[in-house]
Design a protein around this ligand. Structure first.
Ligand SMILES: [Zn+2]
Length: 237
């Protein structure tokens, strides 16, 4: 892997690409063997969320009510009409989860020099329900976690929290109703694994922050001395 998300292709990779061509996950054009996941044009045009350590970015702003929150960042910031949302479709619905590993690794490598991962003990992928994981075949957030682990070496904790139900309307609810709903969505199955830790929760995309807030609310209530940071591939508005 070389800087910028591209690598120099060897003969084997060139032959492999010839027989099994890959396509850009944004525009759909055929990739050159030196390109990985995105063509050069789409890679250079990525709507990156510029993250500066002392600024409040849009992802952090959605999570400000969470008292255990330390910091939050996303790799991309796009509108719902943007072609870059194709990356999330490939990751979640079109069975190309490796694009999540790649984008998470690229984003994490850019955040390391800014001290984003300082003090973080482990990565917790946003859980999905048992039945959704059976249907999809994987939890896409586990692939995002893998990309961050490749860049940082941080361990992944998969079995401390679980998702009980899929959907619950959170927007516009009061704090008490929101808390009741959160209790129905998530459960902490192994609080001792995260007690006293600074945990990095990872998700694919954040739109209102309601799902992340629900998970953090439940974790805060069940896990003593918890600190939480958040990493998502995208923030959409
Ligand atoms: Zn492209």
């Amino acid at each position: 892997m070389e800087a910028g998300g591209f690598r120099r292709p060897g003969l084997v990779r060139k032959l492999f690409e010839f027989v099994f061509p890959h396509y850009c996950k944004v525009c759909g054009h055929r990739l050159d063997p030196s390109e990985e996941q995105l063509c050069v044009t789409c890679y250079l045009g990525m709507p990156r969320l510029e993250y500066r350590r002392n600024d409040i970015n849009p992802t952090e702003r959605m999570l400000l009510a969470e008292k255990s929150l330390v910091r939050a960042a996303s790799v991309l910031h796009y509108s719902k009409e943007s072609d870059y949302r194709n990356i999330l479709f490939h990751l979640k619905y079109w069975r190309h989860p490796q694009v999540g590993v790649w984008l998470a690794r690229v984003g994490a490598q850019e955040l390391i020099p800014q001290g984003f991962f300082e003090g973080i003990d482990c990565i917790v992928p946003m859980p999905i329900t048992y039945w959704k994981e059976i249907k999809r075949g994987y939890n896409q957030c586990s692939f995002i976690a893998k990309g961050i682990r490749q860049a940082t070496g941080l361990p992944i904790v998969n079995n401390a929290v679980k998702r009980v139900h899929e959907h619950s309307k959170q927007a516009g609810l009061g704090k008490y109703q929101r808390w009741n709903n959160a209790q129905n969505l998530f459960a902490v199955t192994n609080p001792s694994m995260l007690q006293g830790k600074h945990v990095l929760v990872v998700d694919d995309v954040v739109t209102t922050g309601a799902t992340l807030c629900s998970l953090i609310d439940v974790m805060e209530a069940k896990i003593p001395n918890l600190r939480v940071s958040v990493f998502t591939l995208a923030v959409a508005d």
